[in-house]
Design a protein around this ligand. Structure first.
Ligand code: NAP
Length: 536
């Protein structure tokens, strides 16, 4: 085979794929986006469940790269909801006429590296084959939903779905007996959003999650005008904090008195978004005693808000401290349990035995349901890669190489898989910080790599094994420094529904050294011509 069809294939038309194709086509490259869904939007196309919204401040979530978009788009709420978020992405794509580069309904099943021609052959489920010199996976860290393999799952006679596949058409929940499995960020959004409408709501909780108020509110015309004037400052602030938000942590937990700490936490509990984690004492992430004191404070807030003391105690996590798993933010979640028709079922105490035709059977009894919702999370960070058969140099498989834990160079490249340049890939900051801020940096690095390759006539880019090994050690080092290291959430790759992602198999999937340190590292790579990367 000689020649190649496309310069670049981008996989995925979500937040990252949209920006990736904009940058690539601005560079004058022939880029095509392959998207499995019927339209663009990724996360915001898929997740249509009631209550689905940002928990990053809307104006920090939006793209920063178009002054025109910044000047024209009006975020209506501090934490914008899914329909508006999808409208925003369509607005951006339409403004820059990006759809013409996108091929929808294109599910990629396999990618095979052809060393002789230095191209990827990309195989779609409909039998089509695309060929390109470079592939840019922009496939998201939370895009592969997982549904528990409960006995009898398919027997349930009512409607059931994972939240990621919530139907497009309106769902009439009125008077229905609804069951929700899971109490992660998704469930914590959906439960208060539907509890007024449903007839009965039964929540099947295995491990409770910590959560604190989102404190959402509308954004007025005047406030939006002020935000527009401040955009440069906002994005600079986000770039300077570990979490990629405007909230800045501080050291000094033990310098303050318990009363001073409590005063700070009372304030942060009222503030919007991730202030409670981002503007808190940094010690809460490193020092068990500091974290315990904060956890005790938040536990008391739960007790204040939940009428039934038994239910309140069940909602308080005891196996991990506050903010040591990805923190869900809530709007009336705890108060939902004060409604007489909302019931919390502890499935650690009484495990689910099976799904029946009419509901869920636990060891303590049967729960009759009309509709069953799985808010059971995702095969996080590496799941979307594992679902594609990716064959690199000498036929090596990416899923096998990453079976125990991913190995990447700065989340951008993986040794043995040349010309595959990941946007927001494993071991970058995409999983651990304000996602769109991380995406933009990641797309910019990808574009720098490719423009360097095309300008210099390079047809092969690969991370050197030693540079990758150093990065993997760096990722481990920062995860091990944090109390997060012992938690059982998706940050550390835990997912009981995915083979090999169970307790005792800690994975190093995200870089926890913070956005500024990560950005300095990739900035150095760009400035110094990508040391650690072999161009040929
Ligand atoms: P998640 O945080 O992984 O939560 C999944 C829930 O399902 C957990 O409570 C888990 O229990 C439970 N579960 C899983 N398998 C189960 C089983 N076999 N039996 C019983 N319970 C089971 O997933 P998620 O809520 O979808 O959230 C994932 C991530 O998506 C979030 O952390 C966040 O990053 C993102 N997200 C963001 C937003 C937002 O920004 N607005 C909203 C929603 C989600 P265990 O804890 O015991 O495993």
């Amino acid at each position: 085979m000689s020649g190649y069809v496309h310069d670049v294939i981008v996989l995925g038309a979500g937040v990252s794929g949209i920006y990736a194709v904009k940058r690539l086509t601005d560079l004058g490259l022939d880029a095509v986006v392959l998207e499995a869904d019927d339209d663009l939007g990724g996360t915001w196309f898929r997740n249509r469940y009631p209550g689905c919204r940002f928990d990053s401040e809307s104006y920090t979530y939006g793209y920063s790269w178009s002054q025109e978009i910044l000047e024209t788009w009006h975020w209506k709420e501090l934490f914008s909801g899914q329909p508006e978020n999808l409208r925003y992405l369509n607005f951006v794509a339409d403004r820059f006429d990006l759809r013409r580069h996108m091929r929808f309904g294109s599910r990629v099943e396999a990618m095979v590296w052809e060393e002789v021609d230095r191209v990827w052959r990309v195989h779609l489920s409909d039998g089509a084959v695309f060929v390109s010199r470079f592939v840019v996976p922009s496939i998201g860290p939370l895009s592969i939903p997982t549904v528990p393999d409960f006995e009898g799952r398919e027997d349930f006679a009512g409607d059931w779905w994972h939240t990621h596949a919530w139907p497009n058409e309106p769902v009439d929940l009125s008077g229905k007996r609804v069951g929700i499995v899971g109490t992660g960020a998704t469930a914590i959004q959906i439960i208060p959003a539907i509890c007024d409408e449903v007839g009965e709501l039964t929540v099947f909780q295995r491990r409770p999650n910590w959560s604190s108020p989102l404190n959402n509110r509308p954004i007025s015309e005047q406030e939006m005008a002020d935000i527009r004037l401040r955009y440069d400052e906002i994005f600079a602030n986000c770039a300077s904090t570990p979490g990629g938000f405007e909230h800045t942590p501080k050291w000094g937990f033990w310098d303050d008195t318990p009363e001073e700490r409590r005063t700070l936490w009372d304030e942060l509990y009222q503030q919007p978004g991730f202030a409670i984690t981002g503007a808190n004492y940094a010690e809460i992430y490193f020092d068990e005693k500091a974290n315990q004191e904060l956890s005790d404070y938040i536990a008391d807030r739960i007790r204040d808000r939940v009428d039934d003391p038994v239910t309140a105690e069940k909602l308080i996590p005891r196996d991990h401290g506050f903010a040591l798993q990805r923190l869900p933010l809530e709007s009336g979640y705890f108060e939902a349990y004060n409604r007489p028709h909302v019931r919390l079922v502890d499935v650690t105490e009484n495990p689910i035995e099976r799904v029946t035709v009419t509901g869920i059977q636990t060891t303590a009894g049967h729960h009759e349901l009309d509709l069953l919702v799985y808010a059971t999370g995702f095969d996080a960070i590496t799941g979307a890669y594992d679902r594609i058969r990716i064959e690199g140099v000498d036929g090596r498989r990416l899923d096998e190489q990453w079976r125990k834990s991913p190995r990447t160079f700065a989340g951008v490249l993986s040794h043995g898989f040349p010309n595959m340049i990941m946007v927001a890939g494993p071991q970058s900051v995409s999983g651990s910080t304000n996602f769109p801020r991380a995406i933009e940096g990641s797309v910019d690095v990808m574009a720098e790599l490719l423009s360097r390759a095309f300008e210099n006539g390079h047809t092969r880019i690969e991370a050197e094994a030693a540079a990758e090994a150093d990065w993997v050690e760096e990722v481990k080092k920062y995860q091990e420094r944090l109390l997060i290291r012992d938690s059982k959430g998706w940050f550390t790759g835990y997912n009981s529904n995915v083979a090999g992602h169970h307790e005792g198999t800690i994975r190093y999937q995200a870089y926890f050294g913070g956005a500024p340190r990560y950005n300095r590292f990739v900035g150095m790579l760009v400035d110094q011509g990508f040391p650690g990367v072999a161009f040929a």
